[in-house]
Every structure is written in C-alpha cells, then in structure tokens.
Design a protein around this ligand. Structure first.
Ligand SMILES: NC(=O)c1ccc[n+]([C@@H]2O[C@H](COP(=O)([O-])OP(=O)(O)OC[C@H]3O[C@@H](n4cnc5c(N)ncnc54)[C@H](OP(=O)(O)O)[C@@H]3O)[C@@H](O)[C@H]2O)c1
Length: 236
C-alpha cells in the first residue's frame, strides 16, 4: 500500500466556515486532504490543525488564478488522484448586497468568475485526476433557486452553478455530480450577507457536514440535495 492509499479529497476554501468543518470531519476519518484559500495565514492555521490527523496539502491561492489551479492539479496527481472534488470556495459580492439595478458590473464579473467559472475550470483541470466513481460536490445555495430581492448577483451565480452541475452530470453519467445547498450557516459569509444582524441563531456549518459526508461516501444519484435534509431523512 502506498503512503497515500486513503481516500483523497480536494476542498476549495477550507480555511474557515463550511470548508474547514468538512475538512476536519474528513481528516478525522483518515481522508487525505488538498485544501486552499487565498488568505495564507488562516490556511496555515487550518493545515497545522488538520495535519495532526491526516496527510494534508495546503496550497494558498485564488481559484480564479490558472497557475494556482494547475498547482492543485499537480498536488492531486502526487497523492494518486482524487475520490472527490468539493467546489466550496465562493464569494458573496458587496456587503450589503445592492439591488441589480445598482450592481457594479465589475464586481458581478468577479462573483461569476469565483462562483461559476472557476468551479468548472477546476473540474476541467482535475478531470484526469478523478478516480473511477469520483464525486464532484458543487456547493450552491437556496439563493440560487429563490428570487430573494437583493440577492441578484450571488443568487444568479449560484443558479448558474446549479444548472452547470446538472448538465455536467447529464454529459457524464458515469460520474456523480452533486449540487448541494448547505442551508443557512453561522459563517463569515453569512455575517457579510446580514451585516447588521445577530446571526448567532443560525446553525454552525458542522450541522451541514453529515449530509455532505453522505454524498461523498454513499451511492446517491447525481442531482440537487439539501445537506441538512439528507441527514434528517436518514434519521427518520
Ligand atoms: N453561510 C451560509 O449561510 C451559506 C448558505 C448557502 C450556501 N453557502 C455556500 O457555502 C459555501 C461555504 O460558505 P461559508 O459560509 O463557509 O463561507 P466563508 O466563511 O466566507 O468561507 C469561504 C472560504 O472560501 C475561501 N475563498 C473565498 N474566495 C476564494 C477564492 N477566490 N479562492 C480560494 N478560496 C477562496 C475563503 O478564504 P479566503 O477568503 O482567505 O480566500 C474561505 O476559506 C459557499 O459556497 C457558500 O456560497 C453558504
């Protein structure tokens, strides 16, 4: 058995929030991890913690940067390929979020690039590193389905990611491509979305992790899932 014979996952945006919560869970279960984020200090803190539990490769960088994506591809190759890619890194856009008529278009382009184009770019870059039966989890949002006023930039980017995921699944029936709404979570992004609100009543991201684990390890068909409903269903 090689040094890296455990299951391997690449999680983008794993320095905090849902990405870090998922990385912690998978590290505890012995998965080999490849993780990234732009902020190198927070990523290094995450790496040091996760490295107590498993083999972890942390590469600071921006998913929008092609050279960074290539570095992730090389890391995936070096660990012997991927059992899963979790496209989790995402940005909200301006906080507070402007209505569409006032939305700065340069920022909208950045939101689309980060939330839609780069997840696809990563799938393209990592395609040859995906092992048979590998799963792609694209983290979306209820804002990608419901037309909440004020959520036009982020929401429409997540709607695009939803549809892109569905088509990717239809084009590649041998692969599992999941689009997953994690639900509201008490994270930095959620605080940015509700800048003047006390968000302490929102569930922690850890509560969305069991549903993601079900998708990573179960045998569910490619389609849209709500992470927390998945585990409620298996309890009931
Ligand atoms: N929180 C919610 O209520 C909620 C609800 C529905 C869906 N979601 C979705 O759940 C996922 C996780 O959200 P979260 O709330 O955990 O967000 P978060 O706390 O803001 O964490 C986002 C992570 O992604 C990284 N990141 C952002 N842009 C990046 C880039 N261009 N390149 C590389 N890494 C990048 C961040 O680190 P750096 O900033 O250092 O790069 C951080 O590690 C996202 O896809 C989000 O859209 C969240």
């Amino acid at each position: 058995m090689s040094e890296h014979s455990s299951r391997t996952v690449l999680i983008t945006g794993a320095s905090r929030g849902l990405g870090l919560a998922l990385a912690r869970k998978l590290a505890g279960e012995g998965w080999t991890l490849i993780v990234d984020a732009r902020g190198s200090e927070a990523l290094e803190a995450a790496r040091a913690e996760l490295a107590e539990l498993t083999h972890v490769v942390a590469i600071p960088g921006d998913v929008n940067d092609e050279e960074h994506r290539r570095a992730l591809g090389r890391a995936a190759h070096e660990v012997g390929g991927l059992d899963a890619l979790v496209n989790n890194a995402s940005i909200l856009g301006p906080s507070p979020q402007p209505n569409l008529l006032d939305y700065p278009l340069d920022v909208l382009e950045e939101v689309y690039r980060t939330n839609v184009i780069s997840p696809l770019a990563l799938v393209q870059t990592l395609w040859d590193e995906l092992k048979p039966g590998a799963r792609i989890l694209n983290i979306t949002s209820d804002a990608g389905v419901e037309p909440y006023p004020g959520w036009g930039g982020y929401g429409s980017s997540k709607a695009a990611l939803e549809h892109l995921s569905a088509i990717l699944a239809a084009e590649n029936p041998s692969l599992r491509v999941y689009r997953v709404d994690p639900g509201d979570m008490r994270t930095q992004m959620h605080q940015e979305a509700f800048p003047d609100e006390d968000i302490s009543d929102r569930p922690l991201p850890e509560e969305s992790v069991p549903g993601l684990l079900e998708l990573l390890t179960g045998d569910l068909p490619s389609r849209r899932y709500e992470a927390r409903a998945l585990t409620q269903a298996s309890k009931g």
